[in-house]
Write a protein that binds this ligand. Structure first.
Ligand code: KIV
Ligand code: ZN
Length: 522
């Protein structure tokens, strides 16, 4: 590779499991985070920010498991400037083949005075000590001046110079509150390169939030100004309005490569699958018109458009759906396929399913094959992802009955076993069958629950398609989300509800200091 080509390579720093996981209602367990991290490695991201290890034992364990088991990308842990944060981040990532510590402190006056309630001088000292301490552990240290885009540029430049003097190898300047505009963000980097010439010798990074819908545009502006790392998240999830969406920035660089001359190491055909996995496990649906991964991103409704595409695809398409892996719905298995065929199909799709997990997946596959003649790759993907969630510690739905009629209100009866193993039944006559089941579950568990969000989707097309339900509930002041799939939408809804309720209850017990959070609900 020529020097020029190397200088045009943009590193993709994925923060789905850190900033993305900070989205309200998202509660990924260790197993789910690992699954996402493995998929991010398949996608070819350069760096996985796996979590914020000091924040909870669960986050620590997840980052550590990812550091130990996921190979390829750099595995990064976030830390404030406090010594114990950096120690925790290092302990969590140290077993990775390529560990990174990412430390940050705010440099805007509003954050320094109001949030940190300290002084500019103190922040300088904290930044110096943090980077120096992190460098005692590893050569790969990233430093971020939080709220960089609203910071006084001369002061921020001084802090960045300190971080460089102490050995930081990546400097990330975030638009923490999603306030900047592309020309301002580009100008900020131009000034920083002038004020801190040493930035030319390290990786400079963009990190943009989408409060004004400009996260991707701002990221591009920073990259065009010379930054060669972009921090982003799958489906754009993250604090408030989210982070720059990985799939959008990657496909922008890919599609406009002839003009921009920039490239990434992303395996674009893995994009759609990664998006589905993250959506399924977080319970955050992808809007139909979302760029790149929305259901309609490659659909043509108007007759004129359909006609044009039939004659020549590029009349109305700037990308090919297969480039982002959107046409992976070939039939892979049938009713009579055996365990070996299932194992082979799963392996081909990159799933490592053996022993007990294979037995469980095979049982689910047979149940599905009884209801659905042809099983597609997307069905298998949904089924394996669903199987992962079986381990949530908490309540279990044993069975349910629903009597639905157009002449009287539907009545539901359910049996639910508690985390302690006791089984209880509940009854309810509701406004609709799903309402009746949810209230019957409340009656069986005795937990007062408020439904906050309820989404139904289909995994594939057709009458026998797998239905996918995502539920967010609030119980004892804590929120929990749960997802489930089934060809029976009421069953999927009931299982998703029980999972969401279990997560909320587990969280409330931790908040009350009753128990430690079970590993699977962390
Ligand atoms: O938005 C932000 O400033 C962050 C930092 C921790 C990098 O997420
Ligand atoms: Zn952020």
């Amino acid at each position: 590779m020529s020097e020029k080509q190397a200088s045009q390579r943009v590193r993709v720093f994925d923060t789905t499991l850190r900033d993305g996981e900070q989205s309200p209602g998202i509660s990924l367990n260790k197993q789910e985070k690992l699954e996402i991290a493995h998929q991010l490695a398949r996608l070819g991201v350069d760096i996985i920010e796996a979590g914020f290890p000091i924040t909870s034992p669960g986050d620590f364990e997840s980052v550590q498991a990812i550091a130990r088991e996921v190979h390829g990308p750099v595995i990064c842990g976030l830390a404030r400037t406090a010594k114990q944060d950096i120690d925790a981040a290092w302990e969590a990532v140290r077993d990775s083949e390529r560990p990174r510590i990412h430390t940050f402190i705010a440099t805007s006056d509003i954050h320094i005075e109001r949030k940190l309630q300290t002084t500019r001088e103190d922040v300088k000292g904290q930044a110096r000590a943090a980077v120096a301490h992190a460098r005692e552990y590893t050569e790969d240290v990233e430093f971020s001046p939080e709220d960089g885009s609203r910071s006084d540029i001369d002061y921020m430049a001084e802090v960045i110079q300190i971080a460089l003097d102490e050995g930081a190898t990546t400097i990330n300047v975030p638009d923490t509150v999603g306030y900047t505009m592309p020309h301002e963000y580009a100008e900020m980097f131009a000034q920083l390169y002038r004020l801190v010439p040493g930035l030319r010798d390290v990786t400079v990074s963009v990190h943009c939030h989408d409060d004004l819908g400009l996260a991707v545009a701002n990221s591009l502006a920073g990259i065009e100004a010379g930054c060669r790392q972009v921090e982003c998240a799958i489906n754009g999830i993250g604090e408030r309005a989210g982070n720059a969406s990985l799939e959008e920035i990657v496909m922008l660089l890919h599609t406009r490569q002839p003009t921009l001359g920039l490239w990434t190491g992303i395996e674009t055909t893995e994009i759609a699958r990664t998006s589905r996995l993250v959506s399924r496990l977080t319970g955050y649906p992808v809007q139909p018109n979302k760029a790149i991964v929305g259901r309609n991103a490659f659909a043509h409704e108007a007759g004129i458009h359909q006609d044009g595409v039939l004659k020549e695809r590029t009349t109305y398409e700037i990308m090919d759906a297969t480039t982002v892996g959107l046409e992976s719905n070939a039939i892979v298995l049938g009713k009579h396929s055996g365990r070996h065929a299932l194992h082979e199909a799963l392996e081909e799709m990159g799933f490592r399913v053996d022993g007990q997990a294979l037995n469980a997946a095979f049982k689910r596959f047979k149940e599905l094959a009884d209801r659905k003649k042809q099983i597609t790759a997307m069905d298998l993907e949904a089924l394996v992802t669903d199987e992962l969630r079986e381990e949530i510690v908490g309540y279990t739905l044993e069975w349910f009955d629903v009597e639905a009629s157009s002449r009287r209100p539907p009545h539901a009866k359910v049996s639910v076993s508690s985390p302690e193993g006791a089984t209880k039944e509940g009854n309810y006559t509701g406004d609709g069958p799903i309402d009746a089941v949810f209230h019957a579950i409340d009656a069986a568990t005795g937990v007062e629950t408020k439904l906050r969000d309820f989404q139904i989707g289909a995994v594939t097309e057709g009458q026998d398609a797998l239905g996918e339900v995502s539920v967010v509930v609030e119980a004892h002041g804590q929120s929990g989300s749960g997802q489930a799939i089934s060809t029976d939408i009421i069953e999927a809804a009931a299982r998703a509800y029980v999972r969401a309720l279990s997560v909320a209850v587990a969280r409330s017990q931790v908040a009350d200091g009753v128990v430690g959070l079970p590993a699977t609900a962390q």
